[in-house]
Design a protein around this ligand. Sequence first.
Ligand SMILES: Cc1cc2nc3c(=O)[nH]c(=O)nc-3n(C[C@H](O)[C@H](O)[C@H](O)COP(=O)(O)O)c2cc1C
Length: 319
Amino acid sequence: MAGGPSTPELVAAVTRTGAGGFLAAGYLAPEAVAAQLRRTAELTHGRPFGVNLFVVEETPVDEAELQRFSAALEPYAREVGAELAEPTFDDDAFAAKLDIVLAERPAWVSFTFGCPDAEVFTALADRGIVSAQTVTDSDEARIAAERGADVLVVQGPEAGGHRGTLRADVWPTDTPLVELLQDIADIGVPMVAAGGIATRADVRRVLDHGARAAQIGTALLLADEAGTNPTHRAALRSEEFATTVVTRAFTGRPARGLANTVARLEAPAAYPHVHTMTSAFRKAAAAQGRADLTHLWAGLRYREAQPGPAAGIITALVP
Ligand SMILES: Cc1cc2nc3c(=O)[nH]c(=O)nc-3n(C[C@H](O)[C@H](O)[C@H](O)COP(=O)(O)O)c2cc1C
């Protein structure tokens, strides 16, 4: 869970229960990824954990649409005294982060947003690192399987945060998670199920539908060890927001979060341009407690999320 919630302490607490904690490398500088990997290794005393990398490919963006959207956001940015930045592309330093991962050798590496080339999967396999690729439909699952992913993280539309669609300019399917698992099972690559998993019964259900494991995000957002900011934590527990929505308004890629003022705006498909443009604005809004203006990622089942130590949250989910 990039962008704050992921911390070495959270990954270690999850890993110590016997579950597979994943560190988020997205948005971090490569040096910070290296430091967090080492810190997590110290805290986990040799137990296996994973790291997640963004694979960002450049797709054409509509500059006029970006300017229009920037103008629509401008009054909100002014309210929190922030400037909107120039919308620019960057690839989240993929090559540098991959080099760090190949050197540090965590047990698992997962990819989201795009699917790396076959050579990347081979390099990981050569080092004994198990690879996983997030997919949101059976076409994506086939691509990942052909390139050599060891595991498919099948993410359903119930999921909080970004959808892991391989193309930023495609709106993801709303086929429910258990149907996706059924569609993808015959590819024959082990599946991890993600999206809206909030109770022990939910875990059982995905295991009964062919998944080898269940992945959770939102259920950990209120954990003591999570770095979730106070505005986000309070919003998840408040009556102010009654629903979630899939929106491009914060980053230019579809992501599910609480339905606040900005989430309801129409925005162009332009990742990470919109992310770059709004990043300082969203940080300022969060710091000022403006839950109406910042991103509040949340899956469909966010009402089930409980505060407390991560170990208790995980234990309550294990069948
Ligand atoms: C706050 C937040 C941040 C996330 N960041 C990432 C990320 O950096 N990389 C990734 O692959 N998935 C990310 N996800 C998606 C999760 O991996 C997972 O698909 C999702 O949380 C599952 O749905 P759930 O939130 O209903 O449990 C994030 C989800 C949330 C809620």
